[in-house]
Structures are given as C-alpha cells and as structure tokens.
Design a binder for this molecule. Structure first.
Ligand SMILES: [Fe+2]
Ligand SMILES: [Fe+2]
Length: 247
C-alpha cells in the first residue's frame, strides 16, 4: 500500500506536468509577445504554424467527407449520368412495349412474341460449332425473351384462365414453362461448342413450338371468345404493364 501511494501522486503529478505546458505556453506566448520582439515574432510564427496546421487539418477533415472544390460539379455529373441512364432504360422499355402494344390484344401480343422467339431459334440453328460467340449471344437473347414472355403469361394470363375455370390447361402450360427453363439450363451447361448443341436446340424448338400451338390454337381462342370487351381490355392492359417491367 505504502509503495502504491507515491506512484499515484507521481502519476497525478506527471499528468499535471503533461497538461500544464499547454496553458503555460499560451500564457508565455502572450507574455513573450509583450516583452520581447524577437521572441514574440518566433512565437508568433509558431502560433501561425499551429494555426495553419489546424487550418489544413480542418481542410483534411473536410476533404474526407467531400469532393473538394469540384464536389458540386462531380455530384451534378453523377446525378446527371444516373438520370440519363434511368431515362434511357425507361425509354427503351417504353419503346419496346409501345411496339408490342401496336400488336393489338393480349393474345396477339403473345403470338407476336412467339414468332419473334421462333426466329431466334432459327438463327441459332443456322450457326455452326465455330460461331461460339454468336451462339452465346443468341442464347442470352432467347433467355431474356422467354423470361419476359413466361412472366406475362404466368402473372396475368394463366391466373385469368384459372379464374375462368380453365385450370387444367393453365396448369399444363405453366408446367411446360418449367421444362423451357430446363432446356435453357442444359444449353448453358453444355456450352456453345458442344457437339450436340444443335441437336438440343432443335429438340427445344420442337417442344416450345408445340406449347405455342396449344396456346394459340386451343387455349387462348376458347378463353377469349367468352371474355367481355372490358375483361379483354383489362388483360391486354395487364400484359402490357407486366411486359414493360420485364422488357
Ligand atoms: Fe406459354
Ligand atoms: Fe406463350
């Protein structure tokens, strides 16, 4: 115990000593400025240096959270770029969906998409094993087109079919969409230079063509003939709206 007391005193004393010079220096700076010109100018320079250091420190602190003098311009450019990208994306969606809307009613829009999709299949079937880049690009295009098309049918048309008690056909068609995804998965897994790539694309086209014919010639016409004009317009509007977000 006796040995710990002096240590505390020493610590307190040294803490006071460490703290004191700052106050003492301030006092002596102002005192020195009054009493000695040379000393005063030296201390004044020191004070200016500290002031500059403090000032540059503030600048460094500020620069860590800002873009500096050009911050406004950089932020403005970033916002303008984001706005252009946003507008361009909406413009693209609007253009794509406007083109589709000119196709007419919901079933005519979907038939136009069927035809566009089959055209992509035909371009794929016209490639050879050396055109791997083209095959990959066409597969990406096909995947996007089928994703959008399936979304429109699964989120609007098939639920409307079930609402009209055409449940069995709706379920059959939706189940076939699962196999469409399986074909896409298999093509991605095998790669564009696989020796059986064309064979798989041909098998896929035959499958999806049968699915499309069932929709176009059997399910959609029998559903549409019982729709009122208002119901038909509503489904067209919903298909267009869903297609806009998926475009
Ligand atoms: Fe379908
Ligand atoms: Fe379809």
């Amino acid at each position: 115990m006796a040995s710990r007391t002096p240590t505390r005193t020493q610590n307190r004393s040294s803490a006071t000593k460490r703290g004191t010079p700052r106050k003492t220096t301030k006092r002596s700076e102002s005192g020195s400025q009054k009493s000695s010109g040379q000393k005063g100018s030296s201390t004044s320079r020191s004070s200016e240096n500290r002031s500059e250091n403090r000032s540059s420190g503030r600048e460094r602190e500020t620069s860590a959270f800002s873009f500096g003098d050009n911050g406004g311009a950089i932020l403005g450019a970033a916002l303008a770029g984001a706005a252009i990208g946003f507008a361009a994306n909406y413009g693209r969606k609007f253009l794509m969906q406007s083109l589709e809307a000119t196709a007419g009613d919901w079933d005519e829009i979907l038939v136009a998409e069927h035809e566009a999709t089959l055209a992509v299949f035909d371009r794929m079937l016209a490639t050879d094993e050396t055109q791997t880049w083209k095959r990959s690009m066409l597969l990406m295009k096909l995947t996007h087109a089928l994703d959008k098309h399936a979304h429109q049918e699964e989120m609007v048309v098939y639920p409307a079919l079930r609402e009209a008690n055409i449940t069995h056909d709706a379920d059959t068609l939706e189940s076939e969409h699962g196999y469409v995804k399986t074909f896409l998965y298999e093509l991605k897994q095998m790669g564009p230079s696989a020796p059986n790539w064309l064979e798989k694309v041909r098998e896929f086209r035959t499958f999806i063509s049968k699915h499309m014919h069932m929709e176009e010639e059997q399910v959609f016409p029998s559903f549409k003939k019982d729709l009122s004009e208002e119901q038909n317009s509503k489904i067209t509007r919903l298909v267009n709206s869903d297609g806009f977000w998926m475009a």
